[in-house]
Ligand binder design. Structure first.
Ligand code: ATP
Ligand code: MG
Length: 571
């Protein structure tokens, strides 16, 4: 591609709307352009990287035995009513009516549609197992679309769905997808982790998220420093080691703590570490039940774990009037002693004695509080968020490290949630009707490209991994009006193309400085610069964008040498 004839317009200014590096760089490099919040044009350069990602995904899906099809973006509401998600999915689902007043939605995911295909076409166990996938535009009316392609409302996803006769088959399908995902992200050249995840509202029993490690990631993940355990913090289990309740040694006593409400304030006021306090959170479930949760003062509540323990869908901090009603005091002074609501406590509190809690009276706390003697706990559980240094739940001696990550892929064991709801059945060898077991597997195409930039950039621009680079090689003619330079550059351009390399040829009549700035910004991995000085010695300059290593190559062998480097990088 000749730059002078290409549609590539870069900008110097960092757009104010963009908070993350990948978003800024994609806008500045002319890869994408916003149309509306969370909705983007893919400009030619951006589209090339998107297509590369799609191609890697397609090849690995095909290799794993999955079969490509394409489902519509517009989905009848009727199908979503059958699964029960029309009501449950909430506002992310964009619903509308056609001219005949029939209900539709824009598909945010396609379990219903694919299950409808299978129930209508697949009759016999001989037609299974099956794993079908598509690469398609999804729509989710996200509350906070942001970071460009990272969290859009309209975005491209690869979604695959497996159907099996039994658990063994379903587990095998899951493992194949897990392995394919590892190959995909390895081929992309990304540093990633597969982490255990919460299966959330979609249902199902087991799931892994594929996380690209990046400081700007929205997800917190933990991994063990000595074994393979890794999990989303939402899910990370904590070991409960039976410690036995320690004996109380202090008397229960009330102390004045005027205006000291937060853990930090009370700890500082009483001159004790926050870990000597036990905090009492008054929470309310989606079913309206109000209860108290105890945690060590320096710990945070994991609401997802609490929901699992309580078997509810959501919990929230109780509003002030409810706190006043159950504790008799304003927020900041709640404590378990004398409390009328059910008390749940994190396992860790079992090992504490003589701690400090609120006194359920404004301006007072209790010291020397002891579980068992002064109050009782209705239910114990793993309720807190893991933190760095916690012991690994899987191995002896390992400790958890914390990372930030970007979720680029997700594999789920779904079970029969959708096949049962939509009454999809298949006859087994004995003529018995069986509900197939499903799995679903997503990869965010645009999000992965953005994540690749988050992980691969410097102060001057993008540093593409070869596999996702929009072009593999950039040939820059320092002064294309000069005969010998133009001839040599054109020849290189032709030779590289003949060798099957994707080349952007910067033939623009621009100052070298501004060409180099653009080159840094768009981040093409290998750069050949053709200039007078080199040509005098029959050489051109090769620059590797990553690391900035420069070497002089003889003009004659340059194209084949560089083509070989591209192939090596893709192996
Ligand atoms: P998140 O928690 O980030 O909202 P999710 O759990 O809703 O993601 P899935 O439903 O598992 O995501 O979708 C599969 C994949 O699609 C995700 O792993 C992610 O890569 C991508 N994806 C999901 N939502 C978006 C979005 N709003 N913009 C871009 N990609 C997305
Ligand atoms: Mg989401």
């Amino acid at each position: 591609m000749r730059y002078s004839q290409y549609f590539l317009i870069t900008t110097k200014e960092t757009p104010a709307e963009a908070e993350t590096v990948s978003h800024q760089l994609m806008l500045r490099a002319g890869m994408i352009r916003k149309v509306a919040t969370g909705i983007y044009n893919y400009l030619p350069l951006g589209l090339r990287s998107i297509r590369k990602m799609e191609q890697i995904v397609r090849e690995e899906m095909d290799r794993s035995g999955a079969i490509e099809l394409h489902m519509p973006m517009v989905v009848p509401g009727e199908l979503w009513r059958e699964s029960g998600r029309w009501e449950k999915y909430g506002k992310e689902l964009l619903r509308f009516k056609d001219r005949k007043d029939a209900e539709f939605c824009l598909g945010p995911t396609h379990e219903e549609v694919v299950t409808d295909i299978i129930r209508n076409l697949v009759r016999s166990y001989r037609q299974l197992p099956l794993n079908v996938y598509q690469i398609q535009t999804k729509f989710r009316d996200e509350i906070r679309p942001r970071f460009g392609l990272m969290r859009g409302r309209e975005f491209i996803m690869k979604d695959a769905y497996s159907f099996d006769m039994d658990d063994t088959g379903a587990n095998l399908a899951y493992q194949k997808m897990y392995d394919a995902y590892c190959r995909i992200f390895e081929r992309c050249g990304l540093k990633f982790r597969a982490v255990e995840a919460d299966s959330g509202a979609i249902g199902g029993s087991s799931s892994h998220e594929f996380m690209v490690l990046a400081e700007s990631g929205e997800d917190a993940i933990v991994s063990c420093d000595s074994c393979h355990y890794a999990a989303n913090v939402e899910k990370a289990e904590l070991l409960f080691r039976e410690v036995g309740t320690p004996q109380p040694s202090e008397e229960l006593r009330k102390v004045a703590t005027p205006d000291q409400r937060t853990i930090e304030e009370v700890a500082a006021f009483l001159n004790i570490p926050p870990a000597r306090l036990v905090k009492t959170l008054v929470v309310r479930t989606d079913a309206g039940e109000v209860l108290a949760v105890l945690l060590r003062g320096d710990r945070e509540l994991n609401e997802i774990k609490l929901c699992h323990v309580l078997n509810c869908n959501a919990v929230e901090m109780a509003p002030e009037e409810v706190v006043r009603e159950v504790t008799g005091a304003p927020p900041g002074f709640a404590g378990p002693v004398g409390l009328k609501v059910k008390i749940l406590a994190d396992n860790e509190v079992r090992g504490l004695a003589d701690f400090v809690t609120g006194a359920n009276e404004e301006g007072f706390h209790l010291m020397g509080v002891n579980n068992g003697r002064d109050f009782s706990v209705a239910q114990w559980g793993d309720l807190r968020i893991a933190s760095a240094g916690d012991p690994c739940p899987r191995c002896e001696g390992g400790h958890l490290e914390m990372w930030r990550g970007i979720e680029v892929g997700h594999v789920f064991k779904l079970g029969t949630k959708y096949s049962a709801a939509l009454k999809a059945t298949v006859l087994d060898e004995n003529g018995e009707s069986v509900t197939p077991i499903m799995g679903c597997y997503g990869i965010g195409i645009g999000r992965t490209v953005a994540a690749a930039i988050e992980q691969n950039h410097d102060e001057n621009g993008i540093v593409w991994p070869m596999a996702l680079a929009p072009f593999q090689v950039l040939v820059t003619a320092i002064n294309p009006n000069q005969e010998n330079i133009r001839t040599a550059a054109e020849q290189l351009y032709a030779d590289l193309q003949a060798a099957g390399i994707e080349v952007l040829y910067d033939d623009r009549d621009e100052r070298p400085g501004s060409k180099f700035k653009d080159a840094d910004l768009i981040g093409i991995p290998l750069r050949i610069t053709v200039g007078d000085r080199g040509l005098k010695n029959g050489e051109v300059e090769l620059l590797e964008r990553r690391g900035g290593v420069k070497t002089m190559l003889p003009v004659a062998g340059a194209a084949s040498r560089v083509a070989e480097m591209v192939r090596e990088a893709l192996r």
